[in-house]
Design a protein around this ligand. Structure first.
Ligand code: AHG
Ligand code: MN
Ligand code: MN
Length: 337
């Protein structure tokens, strides 16, 4: 794969498409549509401080969260390019209460549905910290008019997933179930170019990522695990380092490359955690498992969870295999789900 370094994302997905004899090219086209939407979002992100795109819209989304102008802009671009591309028959967005059916004539034979978080890490927009876009793709299961069941599929049925991180450089990281591959945007040619083929995450890491401010609101087993991370045990590389940016995409990307565990646990305020199963936890879980890591809700594999609602939340423990597998050992029998 090293000899493919530098080729564009568009070329890469076409080359990899040959791995699937039955491939019609539709998934490749859909992935390229997502990459195109992210380039348009990237352009606004990069000049956010100069335009009128910073700050709040004054609205609140279905999550009850204040919608930032860049949330809205990113959402509009993802919907626009999914509709225009014709490869997607329905979509679900963090910013849309209900799922969207693509009625355009050119999408009537579309096989795929897409779920996305158009702008992840919104609280970081105005302070120039890394943010991202997360996407998850399934084959539709319905015939005729798309239904919510096309979107409420367990994460293990994803055909592709990925994220774009708008950081010190802009990267697209994705999987179709054949490894995880990272592409860096070359602004001089406007193309994502292969920079990180076959990303594998270390089985052990020295980083833990959690919002320590919520310590008093965690279940006992989470408090005990975080204490474990802080113990002086040199031969086990403890204490670990706490790294927490507040953008799932940025925290996950760092831990994917370096090793580590990211945790958004249940809290007294959010008994199911904060992060959404369909467009945050499932796509990240698919990527991390493909990179040799693990993703659970403390005891159950995230990708096995059968969704019941578009915006449902789940607790998430995700990252280096041996770190995620440590979590259940801190649970007393009564706490195990
Ligand atoms: P979003 O901006 O799409 O709502 O996601 C924000 C999420 C996630 O990116 C991050 O890990 C988490 O919120 C941070 O939550 P806290 O500020 O509660 O730690
Ligand atoms: Mn998010
Ligand atoms: Mn978001």
């Amino acid at each position: 794969m090293q000899d493919l370094k530098g080729i564009t994302f568009d070329e890469f997905v076409i080359i990899k498409q040959k791995d699937f004899s039955s491939a019609s090219g539709d998934l490749s086209k859909l992935l390229r549509d997502i990459a195109l939407a992210s380039k348009v979002i990237n352009r606004e992100v990069n000049k956010a401080g100069l335009g009128e795109i910073l700050g709040m819209t004054g609205a609140r989304n279905v999550q009850g969260e204040e919608v930032q102008k860049l949330d809205e802009y990113a959402n509009e671009q993802m919907i626009k390019y999914m509709k225009a591309g014709g490869q997607c028959c329905a979509m679900g967005s963090e910013e849309e209460e209900d799922f969207i059916i693509v009625n355009e004539e050119h999408a009537k034979d579309a096989h795929y549905v897409v779920l996305f978080d158009p702008l992840d890490g919104s609280s970081n927009i105005d302070v120039n910290a890394s943010i991202g876009t997360i996407f998850s793709i399934y084959r539709r299961v319905s015939t005729g008019t798309p239904t919510i069941d096309d979107l409420l599929q367990a994460g293990k049925h994803q055909v592709a997933a990925g994220y774009v991180i708008y950081g010190s450089s802009t990267m697209l990281v994705y999987t179709t179930g054949n490894g995880v591959h990272g592409f860096t945007l070359d602004p001089s040619i406007g193309e994502f170019c292969l920079s990180h083929p076959n990303i594998m995450t270390p089985e052990n890491g020295k980083i833990y990522s959690i919002n320590e401010g919520e310590n008093n609101n965690w279940p006992e087993y989470v408090k005990e695990y975080v204490q474990y991370c802080k113990e002086n045990v040199k031969e086990e590389n403890r204490p670990y380092s706490l790294r927490y940016i507040g953008s799932m995409v940025a925290d996950l990307h760092r831990n994917l490359i370096k090793g580590g565990i990211f945790i958004y646990p249940p809290t007294t305020k959010a008994p199911k955690g904060k992060l959404r199963l369909l467009y945050e936890c499932n796509p990240m879980a698919f990527l991390v498992e493909q990179a040799g890591g693990k993703a659970t809700d403390a005891t159950n594999r995230i990708l096995d969870i059968q969704p019941t609602e578009l915006h449902q939340r789940v607790p998430v423990f995700i990252g280096s295999k041996n770190m995620v597998e440590k979590i259940p050992t801190f649970m007393k029998s009564e706490a195990k789900a």
